[in-house]
Design a protein around this ligand. Structure first.
Ligand code: SME
Length: 167
């Protein structure tokens, strides 16, 4: 059984250092991308304060993201590339940090409680194949340290997962 260590009272640097260690351990014995995505979402949702949704969308064609493993309320299933925060992150190939989702043109509201968002593209061999998406009910929840922390965790997920098993 994987024992999740309590990290709620750590500093942000401590939190991400512990999450890197925990995620590395959690994914070390498994290469299935769906299983690893599910456990990554569960770890982040359980460990990060003020996060009401944590999960994945994957490109299932060149033009559309489809919902993957997540924790939180049920979410919209399909997002066109270029639409919403997630589709825009894919189009740009860069992380998008949204201080206030009400101020982001085209933001797709899956949970009315969500007020800020962090979307990190997943990149393998130079190509974006999905995103890791975090939502918070608090405006301005995610800063540059969160961006760097989550990008490092996304890289651990990509590295640990064997995409040759994915259809
Ligand atoms: N807000 C996202 C949609 C996904 S949900 O937040 C889970 C977007 O605008 O792309």
């Amino acid at each position: 059984m994987f024992a999740m260590t309590e990290v709620a009272h750590a500093t942000k640097a401590d939190l991400y250092a512990q999450l890197r260690t925990q995620l590395g351990a959690l994914l070390s014995a498994e290469t299935d991308p769906i299983a690893n995505a599910a456990n990554t979402a569960a770890l982040l949702f359980g460990a990060m304060p003020d996060v009401n949704w944590a999960g994945f969308y994957f490109l299932r064609s060149e033009s559309e993201l489809v919902l993957g493993p997540f924790q939180g309320k049920p979410a919209c299933v399909r997002i066109a590339v270029g639409r919403g925060v997630c589709g825009t992150a894919v189009e740009r190939g860069t992380t998008i940090r949204v201080e206030d989702v009400h101020a982001f043109p085209g933001h797709i509201a899956c949970d009315a409680d969500s007020r800020s968002e962090l979307v990190v593209p997943l990149i393998r061999q130079g190509s974006v194949f999905g995103v890791l998406d975090l939502d918070s009910p608090r405006v301005g929840r995610f800063d540059a340290d969160d961006q760097a922390g989550i990008e490092a965790l996304a890289a651990i997920f990509v590295e640990a997962s064997d995409w040759r098993t994915e259809q």
